[in-house]
Design a binder for this molecule. Structure first.
Ligand SMILES: [Zn+2]
Length: 438
């Protein structure tokens, strides 16, 4: 009898756990689990090529939650790291999100073999109604768990610092699709613009917004998107270019020559960036640097940073936004690439490239019947975006990585569209954020 009872109990427990975890039988209601406010978690990721450590830096709270209210316990993309929030009592997953970081990019550099460094990382989570466990996991380039860290968030913790929304940075709307709680909020932030240069910034920000909204799938999703220009003043005009021995005091402390790569423009000051945005609704960040030097960067669910006065400003902005908004991979490659980013036998999580390990999870269903895999390029122009296939070259590697079209905004700055596979991947991210998925 006892045996029977415990089996029955176990079966019921498993059934209810599965119902909770999948979120499909019982879609989770946002207001059951969360307050209408934001929990900002600041972490320090540190380490070197051999080992990495995650530590909690600070917790903050602010009024209003502007992130997604659907698909709470599911991920749209795995990213290079994930955050999972569980109800502390029942251990049910109540929220998940994913991201990539500069820290993990740095780990692949030669410097990380001989030096230990630390990087700031900031994430926004919905504020739980009850105590919650937050778990952070980082993956390495071979998709293995590299570091995990979990901590308890007590909702009545007196040391969670409230962020004041009373004096937000100066800002102006660039495009309004609708209510911030239903739309995806993108902020376009000034970097290296002095007080006298702010009208130039607002004009640059409008150009960036209009350009992104020209591209599909953003064009047909205008009603789901808000764009706001945010204008923190910099003391000096321009941004730091260490390679030219030019250092500037700017609002977000950004610089070229990140990881000694001349055109890699980033900021390592994620806390500063998020402080500048305090009190404003934001889910995605585009930073415009007041410089004509060529460069930029885009990190999934972190930010895009581009040079606003370079001739390639607009195409680069859209390309980097493909990384930061949609987690898209670079489709370009080098013939003499000796360092591997994508390894044979490991399928990348990015939707627009494949190593053919799990191609069925990628664009296999979009291929016309009889398409040879890999697809030869004979008779197909390098700028062709009509013929879907499985073309070798992508993700910086000429061998072993494949893309769907010969050209795409994620490959060159010349074409004025994302390929159909990138477009579909971006649409999936938009759907995930604005409506319950099937
Ligand atoms: Zn593409």
């Amino acid at each position: 009898m006892k045996k029977y009872f415990s089996f029955l109990f176990f079966a019921i427990a498993m059934w209810s756990l599965q119902g909770f975890a999948s979120g499909r039988q019982h879609p989770m209601d946002f207001s059951t689990w969360f307050q209408d406010s934001t929990l900002r978690v600041d972490y320090i990721f540190s380490g070197n090529a051999r080992q990495q450590v995650i530590a909690l830096d600070e917790l903050r709270s602010s009024e209003g939650w502007y992130g997604r209210r659907h698909n709470l316990d599911t991920l749209v993309l795995r990213g290079n790291g994930t955050i999972t929030m569980r109800d502390a009592e029942s251990r049910s997953v109540i929220y998940r999100t994913s991201f990539s970081t500069l820290f993990q990019e740095w780990l692949t550099t030669e410097e990380a073999v001989r030096l230990t460094k630390s990087f700031e990382n900031v994430f926004q989570l919905p504020m739980p109604r009850r105590d919650a466990l937050v778990e952070v996991t980082l993956y390495d380039t071979r998709s293995r768990e590299a570091a995990t860290f979990s901590h308890l968030v007590k909702v009545d913790d007196i040391l969670i610092r409230p962020v004041s929304a009373s004096h937000p940075s100066p800002h102006r709307s660039l495009h309004r699709g609708g209510d911030s709680k239903e739309c995806i909020d993108v902020v376009v932030v000034a970097e290296g613009y002095t007080a006298e240069e702010m009208e130039t910034f607002y004009a640059d920000a409008q150009k960036a917004c209009d350009e992104i909204l020209k591209y599909e799938p953003f064009a047909s999703n205008r009603r789901h998107l808000n764009f706001t220009a945010v204008a923190p003043e910099s003391r000096e005009s321009g941004v730091s270019i260490p390679g030219k021995k030019e250092w500037k005091e700017t609002a977000l402390s950004s610089s070229f020559d990140t990881f000694y790569s001349a055109r890699y423009l980033t900021t390592l000051r994620l806390k500063l960036l998020n402080d500048v945005l305090a009190g404003l609704p934001y889910e995605h960040i585009v930073i415009l640097a007041n410089t004509d030097n060529y460069g930029g960067g885009g990190i999934y669910n972190s930010y895009t940073l581009t040079a606003a006065h370079n001739s390639m400003f607009l195409p680069v902005t859209v390309h980097e936004f493909g990384h930061s908004f949609g987690g898209l991979a670079d489709e370009y490659y080098y013939d003499d690439q000796y360092e591997e980013f994508y390894f044979p036998g490991i399928e990348p999580w990015e939707q627009n490239i494949t190593t053919l390990v799990r191609f069925d999870d990628k664009w296999a269903s979009m291929l016309p019947e009889g398409t040879p895999v890999p697809t030869p390029t004979d008779g197909i122009a390098p700028s062709d975006m009509e013929h879907i296939g499985v073309y070798e070259g992508g993700g910086y590697q000429s061998k072993g990585v494949y893309r769907a079209f010969r050209d795409c905004r994620m490959k060159t700055n010349e074409v004025e569209a994302f390929c159909k596979v990138c477009e579909h991947a971006l649409q999936t991210v938009i759907d995930y954020q604005v409506k319950p998925l099937e």
